[in-house]
Design a protein around this ligand. Structure first.
Ligand code: 5AD
Ligand code: SF4
Length: 483
């Protein structure tokens, strides 16, 4: 277990161990020596800044990077004015890539002024060979480039860079390896993401994730339980189980296990009060899972169930493997079993071949399901995916018009759906001081809605009963009971 390991006791004059995670601890110890030399020379420790782009998986990966950096002795910086800047990238849509190139362009003059500065790039975008080629050609000032499969090797890559002084590139096409027991630095003391599986086997035709995150691999349930037990002992009471498709958890294990089965085991963990998970693929959402959700005291009343499109034709072209009717039946079944559940979704507008009629079907699903919120995306062509070469790509002005209409519909319905809790008293897990008002705190309901109410820092991490006074679209203003 990492917090029992004494890095200073590792003999770095020896050859590095070959087994993991011991090998990485060796390299963390090596980097720590470098950090100490830096400190002696400069009278301060070096600062590192990690910026996450994209999804919760990446956010969790960044916590692992921060954990490793902390072990090395780096101080955490909150902006790019740092000695080491790491971008953990996303490539799900083209604009994610554009943003990274933009930020890199801004870093260039800084690096020129401070040549000791290091720049690291990792994550999904690095798994694309064209990206790495472009970086090698036009962004020579980047120091370390690695991908999604070898994040655990971060310390080794930093050590290699420090020793060689040259650009280090290490990208793996895929892996079946999961390295346990590495450090991580959580953003919140009271809640945490937990990877339960990596990769995706679904190959939705628009999506680049299966190409950059590799094949589906589930973590051993014992390792997951052990991690959550340690977290609860450390003050965590809410976990978010993470996977591209959590409903197919366990299929690839030596002893197969269902996601519902895993949830039942996690439910038993003492000290744990809330369990969330994402993302669920509708085609794999089982009756067993609905039953477990219905009977659970800890699983939150929220399900993120991406529909992507309401048109059965488009769903077939997207390779989603369900029809509009099957999706609607599923949501009805869930609502019947868990009436107070909040449903959220992802929708793509402008998939190749989407007609006005197809789009109307999407609006119809939105009106029927009445989501609490929906993430709406403009289709983005990802090179290498089947959809990128499909005919009838939809013109941008048509997409824009549909997107605006969809957003209006989604927002109007969400405001109504969210407001149904007005006047009730519900338990809120307080997360932070409110952004807009330092005398207020912000927390979440079980159904994931945000609530702001009067309170101080001492409430962070606490569960407070709050009367939901007023719904303001996507959040509530509340009043704590008995405080
Ligand atoms: N274009 C637009 N949106 C996409 N998503 C995935 N790939 C694309 C793409 N090529 C969306 C899906 C998915 C969410 C994480 O991102 O809606 O559920
Ligand atoms: Fe992409 Fe589909 Fe896998 Fe989700 S399930 S990551 S949309 S391929």
């Amino acid at each position: 277990m990492y917090n029992e390991i004494d890095l200073d006791a590792i003999d770095t004059t020896q050859e590095p161990p070959t087994e993991e995670p011991a090998r990485q601890y060796y390299f963390m110890a090596k980097c720590r020596q470098w950090v100490r030399e830096f400190e002696q020379k400069n009278g301060r420790r070096p600062f590192a800044f990690t910026q996450t782009f994209g999804c919760q998986m990446n956010a969790r990966d960044s916590e692992k990077l921060r954990g490793i950096l902390k072990e090395m002795g780096y101080e955490e910086a909150s902006e790019e004015k740092a000695d080491f800047v790491i971008y953990n990238t996303c490539t799900v849509r083209e604009n994610a890539n554009t943003r990274v190139y933009g930020r890199l362009g801004q870093l260039k003059p800084r690096k020129k002024k401070h040549p000791h500065m290091m720049i690291g790039l990792c994550g999904c975008m690095m798994q694309e060979p064209e990206v790495v080629e472009k970086l090698k050609k036009s962004y020579r000032f980047v120091d370390i480039i690695f991908g999604t499969h070898n994040i655990y090797k971060f310390a080794e890559l930093v050590a290699t860079r420090l020793l060689s002084g040259r650009m280090v590139i290490d990208i793996w096409k895929d892996t079946d390896r999961i390295v346990e027991d590495l450090p991580n630095q959580r953003k919140y003391t009271f809640k945490s993401g937990i990877n339960i599986m990596f990769g995706c086997n679904n190959f939705c035709s628009y999506c680049i994730v299966p190409y950059v995150r590799g094949r589906e691999r589930s973590r051993d349930p014992k390792a997951i339980i052990r991690e959550i037990e340690r977290l609860t002992a450390d003050g965590v009471s809410e976990v978010m189980l993470l996977g591209q498709n959590v409903n197919s958890y366990g299929k690839t294990l030596d002893t197969p296990m269902t996601f519902a089965g895993l949830l039942k085991e996690i439910e038993q963990i003492e000290g744990l009060r809330r369990i969330r998970f994402m993302t669920s693929h509708p085609k794999d959402l089982s009756d067993e899972l609905i039953e477990v959700m219905k009977n659970s005291k800890k699983i939150c009343r929220h399900l993120h169930l991406p529909v992507q499109s309401g048109s059965t034709d488009i769903l077939a072209k997207m390779n989603r493997r369900y029809t509009k009717e099957q999706y609607l039946e599923l949501t009805e079944k869930i609502r019947k079993a868990v009436p107070d559940i909040s449903l959220t979704t992802d929708i793509i507008v402008g998939f190749p071949g989407e007609t006005e009629e197809d789009f109307e079907e999407t609006l119809d699903v939105v009106r029927k399901v009445r989501y609490d919120s929906a993430f709406t995306f403009i289709y983005s062509k990802r090179t290498g995916t089947p959809a990128a070469v499909m005919e009838n790509q939809v013109p941008q002005d048509v997409i824009k018009d549909r997107f605006d209409r969809l957003l209006k519909e989604v927002q109007a319905i969400a405001a109504e759906t969210c407001a149904v809790h007005e006047g009730t008293v519900q338990e809120v897990l307080v997360e932070d001081i409110c952004d807009h008002d330092p005398l207020m705190v912000t927390g979440r309901l079980s159904n994931n809605l945000l609530v702001h109410f009067h309170g101080g820092r001492e409430l962070i991490g606490q569960y407070v009963d709050v009367e939901l006074k007023e719904c303001r679209g996507f959040y509530y203003i509340g009043q704590a009971i008995g405080i």
